[in-house]
Design a protein around this ligand. Structure first.
Ligand SMILES: [Zn+2]
Ligand SMILES: [Zn+2]
Length: 290
């Protein structure tokens, strides 16, 4: 398992890659554009190509994931917001593709009470439109649907829901899943013992399918199990705890994946010590299984 970290691109994409390497991450996750603004990406084609080349040539950072804008809500019952969201997703995916990312992680959004079944056709259309808009000639960047913490009518709070979205979108091979440990915990899915972690992996296998699982977001939780809130904590300092994370990280079926930290650190995101801690927790998980 490769340990990664979300890195900020305030000083540019290539400096963000360098920062990831500096803190010991083998994988980086970067926002394709400012995460809380509709304003499209400021990165031109040459900047994206420059990043792609820098990452390919990098001695220690082996892949990049991108994270889509938080404002996107593909499930919105508001047609104006739904349209903006579709356009924004398409732009995000083009940027991720340009960067050579292994996936664009996306929060599907909230149906705001209209219901999953009502929202589903709009979600599917938006995903298909974005995938079709990007040239899929060689190495297409998949959209990775992230499991939700379950707050406020969010779509994707269970693997059954994620599977239904993927299936309704024609089971396109460019659709995958990103598993966030904090969101799992907050949505009331247990995984803190080896038996629970095994049951979770079986659940994923029986719903979205293990081949769809492309990365993990490795976060402890500020809120209690089942609290339905998206609140990340540093590894070992939250309600899941190091032992609770080890059982899942040590699972043999997950060893080919990247586990990307999105922890607060001291306020500026993952630090070197957070990456070290994550590796210890993973190693403890491997020991637990051997
Ligand atoms: Zn996310
Ligand atoms: Zn996440």
């Amino acid at each position: 398992m490769r340990i990664g970290a979300h890195v900020r691109a305030g000083k540019g994409l290539v400096p963000a890659l360098a920062h990831g390497a500096e803190i010991g991450a083998e994988v980086v996750q970067i926002f394709t554009q400012s995460p809380r603004m509709w304003k499209p990406s400021q990165y031109g084609p040459e900047v994206l190509a420059g990043y792609r080349a820098a990452q390919l040539a990098h001695p220690t950072v082996t892949s990049t994931f991108c994270h889509a804008t938080y404002l996107i809500n593909l499930a919105s019952p508001d047609p104006v917001l739904a349209d903006k969201s579709r356009a924004c997703l398409t732009a995000n995916l083009a940027t991720a593709e340009g960067m050579g990312a292994d996936g664009l992680v996306l929060h599907i959004g909230s149906h705001r009470g209209s219901g999953f079944d009502t929202a589903l056709p709009g979600v599917v259309d938006a995903l298909v439109e974005a995938l079709d808009a990007v040239d899929a000639s060689e190495d297409p960047c998949p959209v990775l649907l992230e499991n939700a913490a379950g707050a406020g009518d969010t779509v994707g709070r269970s693997f059954e829901e994620l599977a239904r979205v993927i299936e309704a979108a024609g089971a396109d091979e460019r659709l995958g899943v990103c598993l966030d440990t904090q969101h799992l915990w907050a949505s009331g899915i247990p995984f803190a013992t080896t038996a629970e972690a095994d049951a979770l992996v079986d659940l994923i296998g029986g719903t979205v399918g293990l081949d769809r699982l492309r990365c993990l977001h490795l976060n402890d939780s500020k809120v209690a199990f089942g609290a339905n809130k998206d609140r990340h904590e540093n590894i070992g300092d939250g309600t899941i705890g190091s032992d609770g994370l080890s059982a899942l990280l040590g699972h043999p079926a997950l060893q080919g994946l990247a586990a990307i930290l999105e922890v607060p650190g001291a306020g500026d995101g993952p630090r070197a010590e957070d990456v070290v801690k994550a590796r210890e927790v993973w190693q403890a998980g491997i020991a637990l299984r051997s």
